[in-house]
Every structure is written in C-alpha cells, then in structure tokens.
Ligand binder design. Structure first.
Ligand code: FE2
Length: 190
C-alpha cells in the first residue's frame, strides 16, 4: 500500500458487517446492547472527523477508524455476564474488549493482516485510561504512533460519552509538537 506497506488494508464495509454479525450474537433488543452498538458507529465516525483534521495518511486514518469500531466490543459480553456497564461492579471493559479480540483471535474476523495487531490491541486496552502509562516508549511515539492513536481513541471515546460537549470531542488547536504530533495541553513545552 504505497509507502505504508506495513499497514493492513481496512475494508470498512466488511468490518461493519462483521461487527454487526458479532453484535447480533447478543440480544440487541436489550437497550444496553443497542446503546453500545450505536455508540460504536458514532465513535468510529468521530475517529474519522478527528483524523480529517490531522495530517494523517489514509492507512492511519483507516486504522484509527478500526479502533473506533472495535474499542468497546467487550461491552456486549460485559452486559451478558454482569448486566451492567459499571466497570467497578464488573470488569474493566477495555481490558475485556482487548482480551476478546486478541486472546480469542476475534480480530481476524475484521482484518486479515496482523501487522498492526500490537498497536490496535494497545490502543483498545488503554482507551479508558485517564493518563497514558509512561511505558509507551519514545520509539513508539516516533515510529509506532501508539500514543497518538491511543490519545485519539481516548479523546474520541470521551466525546461520545459527554453530550454536554455537544457530542464533539474537545480538540484545542495547540499546533504540533517537535515530534510532529498534535500538541495537547499535557505535552509540555517540547
Ligand atoms: Fe469504552
């Protein structure tokens, strides 16, 4: 794929159908499941909206969209097992989503090329954390874009969950840091 041969080609129509098929394995007449089904498509659309505002190449935009589609896939199982979305009363839904996708190899139903599995898994596993761990390395920052995608996922996820913000994630225009990533308030002076 051009200068991005390591990035998997994302067939969006296939991903949407595969996600719907997976969700239909649960009771979508249950308002909790339907809520998360609809939430998924809104978050994926917000990933696109944010990506469009950034100087990202199409393979990275597609990967960000993919993480939007898959980030909460464990919600259905959380509801089935515990009848709640409250992680504190049940399970960390981000960890569960990543476990279901990668320990059970569900990810292959969505994308056949495993080249960015580690990045997608880390993004989904961290999507609900308030502060990203220091264990994300400088190398990941420069080459893997893990932190960038994780931030993108985290910010977008919050956007859909905070209607007080009009459903649009806050995205202050702070320019770009020295590494070429969109600067955020916590980036510091460099
Ligand atoms: Fe989530």
């Amino acid at each position: 794929m051009g200068s991005w041969p390591e990035y998997p080609e994302i067939d969006r129509e296939h991903v949407e159908k595969a996600f719907t098929k997976y969700a239909e394995g649960y009771d979508l007449s249950d308002v909790k499941n339907k809520l998360k089904y609809d939430h998924t498509f809104r978050v994926a659309a917000m990933c696109d909206a944010i990506s469009e505002s950034l100087p990202l190449e199409k393979p990275r935009k597609d990967l960000a969209w993919l993480t939007g589609m898959l980030h909460d896939i464990g919600r259905f199982e959380q509801v089935r097992r515990y009848h709640t979305f409250r992680d504190g009363d049940s399970v960390n839904h981000a960890q569960l989503s990543a476990d279901i996708l990668f320990h059970d190899d569900l990810i292959r139903r969505f994308v056949s090329n495993p080249s960015k599995d580690a990045l997608v898994e880390k993004t989904i596993r961290l999507h609900n954390v308030y502060i990203l761990p220091d264990s994300l390395t400088e190398e990941e920052y420069r080459c893997g874009q893990d932190r960038h995608h994780a931030r993108q996922r985290r910010d977008t996820h919050g956007g859909d969950l905070r209607p007080a913000h009009g459903g649009v994630p806050e995205c202050p225009d702070l320019g770009f840091c020295a590494r070429g990533y969109p600067r955020r308030a916590e980036c510091g002076p460099s």
